[in-house]
Write a protein that binds this ligand. Structure first.
Ligand code: DGY
Length: 325
């Protein structure tokens, strides 16, 4: 699309944004809001999209090779309002000359807070505790009631020591946990901050009394937590997933939660969201949240600022570290 001198660049947004972010967008862009998941693929979207050079999507929009190919020729850059980018085929984007941006860093602390919530909620039996109080069945304090497992003094194995993994490690350390991690490569000592590196999952899993999945979903990590790996954990391990549901083979985790091989799990993400494997609902030792890792008001605003900065940098032709393609 050619833009008249002084005209604001047109931006197609597939979802609703906080009012603070909308206001900043309005200053610099002529934005069209579709405000519904799947907007890119919906019939009737084409005219609005074809008038835009910039697109803002989220992790629930699919930009596989076919969707990238189907984008109108006007579209030059796409930003995703997420750190995860497995929904975007980067090779297809590169081949088409499409710039892609995501939102790392600004959400790491918020996700790490929920990471700790998952470990605490699972270990301290939050699902059963909440059900007891809200169900009106609580008879008062007793020494044997709802005893869970403490974090203090336990070993936490972190799978994926990126920005979010490291923030989880920092917080877990404050809870008195001993941090071990498995990552594609060993971190520099200042980033490691005393955490023990394991060069393989096979080395990490047997020491992980608690295990946190914090790596992206890639061809190498999808299905990571399967029966064979669960069997390598110490019996009664506690598992958290702050990353992506696809890292877990649900049937295998369900089986382990039933036998006690995994004592409890805290899950913020699921395969096929918003559907959840029905067996989890029957398991009181499964603590579940609806993908709220980055859901703080502050973080949503920061994510908005970052996508706006990114798209403006794109228009000025400036390089940026959060450009993926
Ligand atoms: C992210 O930023 O990747 C969140 O998980 C939202 O999808």
């Amino acid at each position: 699309v050619s833009r008249a001198v002084g005209a604001k660049p047109r931006l197609f947004v597939t979802f609703s944004l906080p009012p603070e972010v909308r206001a900043v967008i309005a200053d610099s862009f002529d934005a069209h809001y579709a405000e519904a998941p799947g907007a890119l693929a919906r019939p009737g979207t084409e005219p609005a999209l074809a008038a835009c050079e910039l697109v803002l999507v989220t992790a629930t929009d699919t930009l596989d090779a076919a969707a990238v190919a189907a984008l109108p020729a006007s579209v030059r850059a796409v930003a995703t309002y997420s750190v995860g980018h497995e929904h975007i085929d980067l090779a297809a984007a590169r081949a088409r000359g499409l710039a892609i941006y995501h939102t790392p860093d600004v959400l790491s602390e918020a996700c790490a807070e929920v990471g700790l919530l998952l470990l605490l909620g699972a270990a301290r039996r939050a699902t059963e505790s909440i059900a007891l109080v809200r169900g009106g069945g609580w008879q008062g304090w007793t020494p044997l009631q709802l005893n869970g497992w403490g974090l203090t003094g336990k070993r936490l194995g972190v799978v994926g020591m990126g920005r979010i993994g490291r923030e989880i490690a920092t917080r877990a350390r404050a809870f008195g946990m001993d941090i071990h991690y498995y990552n594609r490569s060993r971190l520099a000592p200042e980033l490691e901050a005393g955490a023990r590196y394991h060069a393989s999952a096979e080395s990490l899993l047997p020491v992980s009394q608690f295990l946190m999945l914090a790596c992206p979903a890639t061809a190498d990590t999808i299905g990571f937590l399967n029966a064979a790996r669960i069997a390598q954990l110490p019996r009664g391990a506690i598992v958290g997933n702050i990353a992506r549901g696809s890292l877990v083979v649900d049937e295998d985790l369900v089986a382990a939660l039933k036998t006690g091989q995994v004592a409890a799990a805290g899950l913020d993400v699921f395969n096929h969201e918003p559907d959840i494997h029905p067996a989890y609902f029957d398991l009181p030792n499964c603590f579940m949240l609806p993908h709220v890792g980055s859901a703080t008001i502050e973080t949503r605003v920061e994510m908005g600022r970052l996508v706006i900065d990114s798209l403006q940098a794109f228009l000025r032709g400036e390089p940026r570290g959060n450009r993926l393609a």
